[in-house]
Design a protein around this ligand. Sequence first.
Ligand SMILES: [Zn+2]
Length: 754
Amino acid sequence: MKPYLLLLLGFVFASNIFAQDNDNDPAGCREKCSHAHITARPDQVDFYQYPSMDKYDVKYLKLDIAVETGSTYVSGTALTVVKAVQPLDSFVAELRSNMIIDSVFINGVKKNFQRGSDHVFIPLSPTLPAGTQVTALFYYNGTCSPNAVFAGTNGNGLSYSASVSESYQAREWFPVKQILKDKIDSADIWITTDQANKAGSNGTLEGVDFLPNAKKRYRWKSRHAMSYYMPSFSVGNYMEYDNYAKPVAMAPDSILIQHYIADDENYLASIKTNLDKTPAFIEKFSELFGLYPFADEKYGHAQAEIGGGMEHQTMTTTSSFGSTIIAHELGHQWFGDNVTCATWNHIWLNEGFATYCEYLAIEKLPALFPTTNPATYMQNIHNNVLSQPGGSVYIPEASVYDENRIFSGRLSYNKGGAIIHNLRFEMQDDNLFFQTLKNYQQQYHDSVATADDFKHVAETTSGKNFTDFFNQWYYGEGYPTFNITYIRQTPDSIILIVNETVSAPAITPFFKGLYEFKITSAQGDTTVKAYVTSNNQQFKFKYNKTPNGVVVDPNNWVLNATGIITNGGVIPVKLVSFEGLANNNCIAQLKWKTTNEQDIKNYEVEYSADGNNFIKAGIISARNTNAETVYQFNYNLGPGSYHYFRLKINETDGSNSYSRVITINKKCSVAFTLNVSPNPVSDNLFITVTQPNAEKTTITLLNAVGAVLYSNVKLLNAGENIIPLDKMKRFPSGTYLLRINNSNGVLSRKFIRK
Ligand SMILES: [Zn+2]
């Protein structure tokens, strides 16, 4: 929380005469843009917390105070019960020096005390041992700082006085230990005021006592642990409007919702629609995060011009009733109140999550947000974050007393909410994401947590590692800007080359993570996801359209900006596929598919019997079309079991490239054949022998009467062999016989010498 005032009072005033519901205006600003307008709050500059307060553990608080509307004066008693966790030689509490302490009693005995500017010290003698229960009762009064108690009237006739203690302002109105890790285990808050008023506070209204002098006393009782900044009062001439939430988890019981608002029927009529959304919000959030943590007490709103909303446990104080601020403050009941940031460094656990609760209400209950689009809402959040290049969600130690920094709308609220959305996207499983939120609530209820505690729950619930995520988005600064080059790779894929530049390179040089890209096309858009781990990474996707652009992160899952989108054109794929098989006749049937042929002259089919030495087996002319084209080629296989083919792709400019080599495994043998040509022959004869194996073969020439004219033994190859037999001229004209023999048998052919 934290309200704004001063300069904005006039605006606040006007805006509340008519209930405004700026549901399209995201986050932080309406709750606490306050801080941007509060300059130099002197009390936060030299804030110091006396470490002796860590020697005790706060168990119980009872405030019994008198408050009137229109005034910041508070008087009464504050009783604190603590347990010493170390020996106590003094009891130390925080209380601003402008508040007057009349007397102090320790365990019923009146004590001397000393004042510092921000602390009260009560020496204890003898020292109380660890384990001792100590009751400290203060009688006090004073006019509180307007930083902590807001008093005035508004345009709807509301006269009010209301406390707001976050982050360091509880000490402005009661003695307190302002250390987040030590929650107050239970409390009673009694408020005495004029009979015309009602007084709202934490927990259950136990009763209203009518007192002398036309006063009433409201007795509120809370039995849930609460942070030091949670005890609150809102006193006003209120009307009460009640409704009830019925979470499924507690059916048929219901939760009372008490609204203390300006006593003006017209005003009620103007905000009733939104007040009546509160039950649905409680029911939905109970479903998403686990049952409303204070279901046995109540929820409520108390109106006061505090310049925004403050998520007081079980009763939010707020100046207005927009749907999203109702959702935000209600979300805090889980995130901030039930589980509180352990230190102000981790205000994300309060404000980032409450901001995300606004988004979730819009996303999950669209009927209640008829004019608000969740994507637009998230886009507006992103736009605010991206308005400056740096800044972490984590509050650096040096800024932990700087409320403007703690409640930075841009970083704690908007960036905080945006990175939760991103974490949900990283999980890629809403069941795991919401189970994480439930487990976190379960594990840290009534207690405090750090961002690392949340990270641990997210990791154990999802099984994923979020170290990079938190280093980049939570502790890191800035955001990536994506430059995308898309290259169509025909016929059925596209390549995205993803380049990132970052806005705070010295701190966060790169943002790893899951990103979506929408490839736009006249034939319809296609959204793809890529897990980016390094710069200029290439991603290939199945894609068969003609792209005309890329939209980075179209659904606003991730904080980012879009840089340059480049159409890298088309990579011509001349060869889509090349395959072959052999039939039973040892004929290889080759087939290849092409597309986008440009300037191709022909395809030269090459054969190899050994996979190394290729010979030309044939040539097919290219058709040069963009369309997919199928080519076929048959080839008689020689002997052997393995046959190798490749394509040499010859382009018209003389260049060429080769396809991959395909292997056909087919055991082929060759018939033992003999042929002689020409026939008749005049001089040079060619003998063609095919044989299955390489072996020595005897070649014999005989004349018509069977006389051997020539005989020779040659080593012939497997397959086809062509053997020249020159100078037939030396023999007379007539009929001759050519005979070969080897292990395959004997073959002979007659021929005529002209
Ligand atoms: Zn908030």
